[in-house]
Ligand binder design. Sequence first.
Ligand SMILES: Nc1ncnc2c1ncn2[C@@H]1O[C@H](COP(=O)(O)OP(=O)(O)OP(=O)(O)O)[C@@H](O)[C@H]1O
Length: 257
Amino acid sequence: MLSAHPPLGRPGPHPAAVARDLTKVYDIEGRRVTALDRVSLDIRRGHFTAIMGPSGSGKSTLMHCLAGLDSPSSGTAWIGEVNLTELSDRKLTLMRRDRIGFIFQAFHLLPALTVMENITLPMALAGKRPDPQWLTEVITALGLRDRLTHRPPQLSGGQQQRVACARALLNQPEIIFADEPTGNLDSRAAAEVLRLLQHAVHQLDQTIVMVTHDPVAASCTDHAVFLADGTVVDELQQPTRDRVLDRMRLFDATDSD
Ligand SMILES: Nc1ncnc2c1ncn2[C@@H]1O[C@H](COP(=O)(O)OP(=O)(O)OP(=O)(O)O)[C@@H](O)[C@H]1O
């Protein structure tokens, strides 16, 4: 299960996740669609990484392969030292449950459960008890102390996404994958969720990978990776909104060529 992967040559601690030559080809009624074409990438531990690119560029496919939600046609994905492509389905399920956190655009909370029950459910299903001190810290950091007995339908979208963030953080996963986490929120609620994700990375040492279309969201990250046609075409360190917008305009220019 443990195997070394070739380093991309960057300094720093062992990456939280690694892609090497990840390729994903879909076959739709005899028509082959290459969603990922030999993508190699290191996700740095303790960093906030954005995955950006035009619609259909392969962002979700890359995230799903890195998170063990989908299997590549060829190439390898690691979480820490574990090669996902060598895991059985059962071990992959345990890996996702125990070591990976997820935040989705549509929150995916259970409406009949309270906020507290939603936050603690994944750990309860894994037969684990949260560390009480950490639970309090997460609930406080996400501003949910007064909401714990509420149910999701009683909350705004921003509040629901904060519950989903708390649920993802509680297990202290090695890495959190967030798929358009601000896609359903107005700009104020989005800014709040992004601030909390930044806080989780910089104060709580969490690693987060976020797929986003939004240059403002990308500007909250430490590193933006740009995909086009299933390949990595650019990366920006400490991206600002304007630099991300400039990069996105290049895609528009290429599209209209
Ligand atoms: N299950 C699937 N079956 C067939 N083709 C797929 C499947 N999932 C994705 N694709 C194709 O793979 C390519 C990449 O899709 P993907 O969803 O990863 O892109 P994306 O960058 O996340 O797009 P968006 O920003 O619109 O969500 C697209 O051409 C898409 O049509």
